[in-house]
Design a protein around this ligand. Structure first.
Ligand code: ATP
Ligand code: MG
Ligand code: MG
Ligand code: MG
Length: 562
């Protein structure tokens, strides 16, 4: 590809609305352009990188025996009503109607559609195991789309779904996907960790998230310094040593129009609550039960994903205005409670906080709370401190904490969807059996963005070779110098002939600005063809990472690079 004929415009200035490095660099390097909040065009350079990741994913999926198909993005409401998610999913689900007034949604994930396919196409256990995947645009009307491709509303996901006759089959399918994910993220050149994840209200039995380690990550994770234990803080089984006196009932001082709610209702309420309204905090009792506390947030509470609503019993929900009364008898708090309470302590909804703090002040060291700090992104850092140093739940080690970007997620679903959609097959006894499912997602754009978070310097992107949009950049220092032009074109053609992806910078620009762009777009290998080197029969090869330069003899250059 000749740069002069390509669509690639770089930006000198950092766009004001781009907060994190990968977003800034992807805009500056001309990889993406915003169309609307959380909705992007992939410009040619960006698309090449996306396609590289997709290719790696495809290769590893096929190696693991998964089969590609493609489902529609527009899904009839009917199918989602069957699973119950039409009601449950909340505002992230983009709902729409066609001209006949029939309801549809834009698929944020495809359990319903795939289960429908399999219940029609697969009748016998002999057709199992089956793992079907697609790479497709998803739509989630995220409450706060941001960070470019990292949290978009329309984004590309690889989603795979496994079907087995029994739990052992699922274990095998899950392990295959787990290993495939390791290979995929290794091949993408990422530093990552697989961590135990919360199974949330999907109610599956096991789940792991693949977390790319990066300070800009929205997830907080802990890992043990001496065993393999690693978990998302949302799920971490950490226990601190707080031995608090029994608190028989936590009661809000200002409870408005109390109403008893089941946990499903609360979950729905949370999903559908207006932005900045309510968040869940979970206090784990010594008995291992969970207790949910909801509070009204008027700040960045959405950032603080402490825990997800798990198996708590019943809570009393007052209204959208105030908080709730929680009935339960926590005999001691564990987990990331210290922070939860510190957040509560300084929250304007003071009643709840006062009560809890009053009961446990001594044990929870509740001092120095600061609204601005505890409600902002930095609260996550505090959370990390709250759990860092805690004892590992599996061994005698201590926990360390990290920030991570969730690039992949594997999940044992069990029969949740097969039951709802009545997807069965006949077993070897001729009996109808519910299919046992797993689901496995990877954010393609998020993976590229995460790779940039980990691979850049002050001058720009440093693409890992496997996901680089081009492998080699050949720069003509002066395209008007005939010898330079000819030597560069020769090299360009020779590299192309041997299957290397080359970008030839043949623009009539100042060398300085070409080198700046080269640094910015981060092609791993750069060959500079200049008059001075040519006189000595050599070209300069420079690696983007590390910047090491070597002179290549002109005649051997193409051979050495292939
Ligand atoms: P998050 O916790 O970041 O909201 P999620 O748990 O909702 O992600 P999953 O339902 O597990 O996401 O989807 C599978 C994968 O899709 C995620 O691991 C992530 O890589 C990617 N993904 C999810 N939401 C987005 C988004 N809004 N933008 C880009 N990628 C996303
Ligand atoms: Mg999400
Ligand atoms: Mg998640
Ligand atoms: Mg997830």
């Amino acid at each position: 590809m000749r740069y002069s004929e390509y669509l690639l415009s770089t930006l000198k200035e950092t766009p004001a609305d781009a907060e994190i490095t990968s977003h800034q660099l992807m805009l500056r390097a001309g990889m993406i352009r915003k169309v609307a909040a959380g909705i992007y065009s992939y410009l040619p350079l960006g698309l090449r990188s996306i396609r590289k990741v997709e290719r790696i994913i495809r290769e590893e999926m096929e190696r693991a025996g998964a089969i590609e198909l493609l489902m529609p993005m527009v899904i009839p409401a009917e199918l989602w009503e069957e699973s119950g998610r039409w009601e449950q999913y909340g505002k992230e689900l983009m709902r729409l109607k066609d001209r006949k007034d029939t309801s549809f949604c834009l698929g944020p994930t495809h359990e319903e559609v795939i289960t429908d396919i399999v219940r029609r196409e697969v009748r016998s256990y002999r057709q199992l195991p089956l793992n079907l995947y697609q790479i497709q645009g998803k739509f989630r009307d995220e409450i706060r789309p941001r960070f470019g491709l990292m949290r978009g509303r329309e984004f590309i996901m690889k989603d795979a779904y496994s079907f087995d006759i029994d739990e052992q089959g699922l274990d095998v399918a899950y392990e295959k996907m787990y290993q495939a994910y390791r290979r995929i993220f290794e091949r993408c050149g990422l530093k990552f960790r697989a961590v135990e994840a919360d199974t949330g209200n999907i109610g599956g039995t096991a789940s792991h998230e693949f977390m790319v380690l990066a300070d800009s990550g929205e997830d907080a994770i802990v890992s043990c310094d001496s065993c393999q234990y690693a978990a998302n803080v949302e799920k971490a089984e950490v226990r601190n040593s707080v031995a608090s006196p029994p608190a028989p009932t936590l009661e809000m001082s200002r409870v408005l129009t109390p109403a008893r709610k089941t946990i499903e209702e609360v979950a729905l309420f949370l999903e559908t609550a207006p932005e900045r309204l309510v968040k869940t905090l979970i206090l784990q009792t010594d008995g291992g039960e969970h207790l949910a506390v909801l509070l009204r947030g008027d700040r960045e509470l959405n950032e603080i994903k402490l825990c997800r609503l798990l198996g708590c019993n019943e809570v009393e929900l007052a209204s959208e205005e105030t908080v709730i009364r929680v009935t339960g008898a926590p005999s001691g708090f564990a987990g990331p409670v210290g922070l939860s309470l510190r957040i509560l302590a300084d929250h304007e909804v003071a009643g709840m906080a006062d009560f809890i703090c009053g009961a446990n002040e001594k044990d929870l060291h509740l001092a120095g709370v600061n609204l601005g700090r505890d409600f902002s992104v930095e609260a996550l850092a505090d959370l990390r401190q709250a759990v860092a140093g805690d004892p590992c739940p599996r061994c005698a080690g201590k926990l360390e904490s990290w920030r991570g970007i969730e690039v992949g997620h594997v999940f044992k679903l069990g029969t949740k969807y097969s039951k709802a959609l009545n997807a069965t097959v006949l077993d070897d006894q001729g009996q109808e059996r519910l299919l046992i499912m797993g689901c496995y997602g990877i954010g393609v754009g998020r993976t590229v963005a995460a790779a940039i978070e980990q691979n850049h310097d002050e001058n720009g992107i440093i693409f890992p070779m496997p996901i680089a949009p081009f492998q080699v950049l050949v720069t003509m220092v002066n395209p008007n110098d005939e010898a330079v032009n000819a030597a560069a074109v020769d090299l360009y053609r020779a590299l192309q002939d041997s299957g290397i992806e080359v970008l030839l910078d043949d623009r009539d620009e100042r060398p300085g600005s070409k080198f700046k762009d080269a640094d910015l777009i981060g092609i791993p290998l750069r060959v500079t063809v200049g008059a001075r080197g040519l006189k000595e029969g050599a070209l300069e090869l420079q690696e983007r990472r590390g910047g090491e330069r070597t002179m290549l003899p002109l005649a051997e250059a193409a051979g050495l690079l292939t």
